[in-house]
Design a protein around this ligand. Sequence first.
Ligand code: GRF
Length: 209
Amino acid sequence: MYRVAVMVSGTGSNLQALIDNVHRNDKVDAQVVLVVCSKEDAPAIARAREAGIRAEVVTLDAHGGDRARRDGEVVRLLRLVAPDLVVMAGWMSIVTPVLLDAFPDQVINLHPSLLPAFPGLDAIGQALDWGVRLTGVTVHIAEEAVDGGPPILQEPVPVLHGDTRDSLGARIHGVEHRLLSRCVTLYAQGRIHRDPAHPRRMIVDDGGS
Ligand code: GRF
């Protein structure tokens, strides 16, 4: 079985998409085996527990605001379940090399824009403010630079006349749910690798789809 750990901070709709799409996909034997949440009482925790998945809360406050110490605790919990892949699905806190070096090339992040456009907070608001006609969704390898690692999958989402954060956000979230589920499925099928000739590029064997 391909073992997936998911790091979350809030609503957890992307976690739910993974539970709904990946667990029930008979073409792949993958399961979310642990959820780590950065906030007490986040709805994502209840989603995990309802699906019978162990959920642990690891806050920055409980570690004196020290990200490296906090990441040490995250790494300890992750190692207990020996994950093949660690998915940051709405994890709203900067991570350190303590986490990234413990799981090299195994930590991926989801971001609601076509990176490198609009990294950081409120990517949807940034896209609306800039007036772009196209934004989208990126799943990428997590690196120390925020939203900076090589993209794995990207999908454009048009910005429509009259769009608000809510209306554009709803369409982006729909794409996120599908794209993240597809990405985890492709990983579990062994179809995603770094290009040895171009380390910034990922090779994705998605059957041309
Ligand atoms: C998503 O838009 C993700 O791209 C961003 O945070 C949001 C999390 O949403 N990093 P949810 O908690 O999965 O509903």
